[in-house]
Design a protein around this ligand. Structure first.
Ligand code: FAD
Ligand code: MLT
Ligand code: ZN
Length: 476
């Protein structure tokens, strides 16, 4: 029996003809790529677990070009795979068969930045880190930050509704994105690129595209509300003996750090082992079962330092924390953050990685890791837990020496049933893509999934946009 994550049969889309190629070459001179060597990396996802066989990569520069592409593809019934930085982790960013890859790589212009309101508008293909640097020069920061910042595009972030390391403080993209420009499947341009904090004129259509994973339209421009750059940033790396103590440390940090708390992240000792073994990163403190990265961001270094000092003293004297180190200067801050941000990379060196991105009531998150370890016994190479404690978001990852269908069958549906049993979400922030689409019913009722199908049919009646992704096969 094939796994529910396996791709369904190819749907009856047209195949690219010489006439199609001639059309694309005419509207995108030099930017309709057919060279197999150049196509290679765009056909494979970041994890190297999904591989398509697209023979055409289109690289538009403008919204008008995206509109022309989609209008043509819709009329010819050609399937299209929107692609940003190709860092997605659920197989959504690469074709399954021969879908045309529509890359936002050349749509990388910053359009405006208002230094009074902090509102940035830019094309969808701007790299997150480039935007961050641009803003930092102007005393602002992006409201989101993630380990993939050097490659991911803001359009991809919006399309996946990426969470990341700052969500605890600045909230989700559903709140910070103020406007979007989207090209619909038939080429119509939906201009909802507002730059207003408040706008209750009718339905908030842009919300539909946030997290829609390229299945409802191609995002071509984004306007986003950015916070002021904090004047003082501190990062602490702490060790805890038990997960219960870690949770108490979280509670304590919320109480004592209050408004300056900007991240509360964790990794377990198995993650630390992989960081040591595969990336030669050394534990900055003594060995502990659990590690925490806490960041504070505020406007007054004396005030922030005092708060942090009091918090650390309380955490140490009440024995919630067994060891720790503090960073205030940039290079040490970066080094401590990399202990958390580079876990994803360390896992890829450990073997074939089965990734789970689960939302749970925060007090339950580590129980799933413990239960999974017990359930799998020695069938897995490593079972690790890390994630965004502040958001109740666990990353549970299981590795094996090579792809192992028997191991997969032992993990799934166990992990999804466990999650549904706690009313959790089987995808907290990565989306469903190809790999998780058929598991949507563990987190959403049939009535909601069916309504999603209606919305898809209304916006993309021929189903050309990112087929085989996000929605379950039984809808199509
Ligand atoms: P892609 O991977 O190219 O695409 C992702 C999806 O969005 C696909 O379905 C694609 O079709 C669609 N898409 C892309 N661009 C557009 C567009 N312009 N219009 C419509 N659809 C589009 N995610 C988190 O949420 N939090 C994290 O902390 C986090 N950390 C990560 C760390 C690493 C090291 C890596 C490799 C990934 C991480 N991710 C994280 C996962 C990933 O979701 C994000 O990296 C990012 O949001 C994806 O952006 P992208 O430009 O690479 O999109
Ligand atoms: C993270 O928080 O590190 C990312 O979501 C990536 C991952 O889950 O590995
Ligand atoms: Zn994450």
């Amino acid at each position: 029996k094939p796994s529910p994550a396996a791709a369904p049969d190819r749907l009856p889309f047209s195949r690219i003809t010489q006439e199609d190629l001639a059309f694309f070459r005419k509207i995108l001179p030099g930017r309709a790529v057919t060279d197999p060597d150049l196509l290679e990396s765009s056909n494979v996802d970041w994890l190297k677990t999904v591989k398509g066989s697209s023979e055409l990569l289109l690289r538009p520069q403008t919204t008008e070009e995206v509109s022309q592409i989609l209008k043509y593809c819709n009329s010819r019934n050609l399937a299209v795979n929107p692609q940003g930085g190709n860092t997605g982790l659920v197989g959504g960013s690469v074709p399954v068969y021969d879908e045309i890859i529509l890359s936002t790589g050349l749509m990388n212009n910053i359009l405006t930045f208002d230094s009074i309101s902090g509102i940035l508008t830019c094309q969808a293909g701007c790299v997150l880190e480039t935007l961050s640097l641009h803003l930092e020069e102007r005393d602002y920061i992006m409201p989101l930050d993630l380990g993939a910042k050097g490659s991911c595009h803001i359009g991809g972030n919006v399309a996946t509704n990426a969470g990341g390391l700052r969500l605890l403080r600045y909230g989700s993209l559903h709140g910070t994105v103020l406007g979007l420009e989207v090209v619909l499947a038939d080429g119509r341009v939906l201009d909802c690129l507002a730059t207003l904090r408040k706008d209750n004129t009718g339905y908030d259509l842009k919300q539909l595209f946030i997290g829609s994973e390229g299945t409802l339209g191609v995002i071509t421009a984004v306007s986003i509300l950015c916070p002021k750059k904090p004047k003082s940033v501190n990062v602490v790396f702490l060790g805890c003996e038990t997960f219960e103590q870690l949770l108490k440390t979280f509670q304590l940090s919320r109480g004592m750090l209050g408004e300056i708390l900007s991240a509360f992240e964790f990794l377990d000792s198995e993650c630390m082992r992989l960081l040591n073994t595969h990336l030669k990163l050394h534990n900055p403190i003594s060995d502990c079962p659990f590690y925490v990265v806490i960041e504070t961001s505020g406007s007054d270094s004396t005030h922030d330092g005092e708060k942090l000092h009091n918090f650390l003293e309380e955490a140490m004297t009440s024995l919630l924390v067994t060891d720790g180190t503090v960073a205030t200067e940039d290079s040490k801050i970066r080094a401590l953050w990399s202990m958390r941000e580079r876990v994803t990379e360390a896992l890829t060196h450990d073997g074939f990685t089965y990734k789970y991105d689960i939302s749970l009531p925060v007090e339950r998150i580590y129980q799933l890791v413990t239960d999974m370890r017990e359930h799998l016994g020695d069938r897995a190479k490593s079972v690790v837990g890390y994630g965004h404690v502040g958001d109740g978001n666990l990353h549970l990852n299981v590795t094996s020496a090579a792809k192992d269908p028997a191991l997969l069958a032992a993990i799934e549906p166990f992990v999804y049933e466990w999650t549904a049993g706690c009313n959790g979400s089987i995808s907290a922030e990565h989306g469903l893509g190809l790999k998780k689409r058929n598991y949507i019913y563990y987190s959403k009722p049939s009535s909601a999934v069916s309504l999603m199908g209606n919305i898809k049919a209304m916006l993309d009646p021929k189903g050309i946009l990112n087929p085989y992704k996000t929605l379950p096969d039984d809808l199509k």
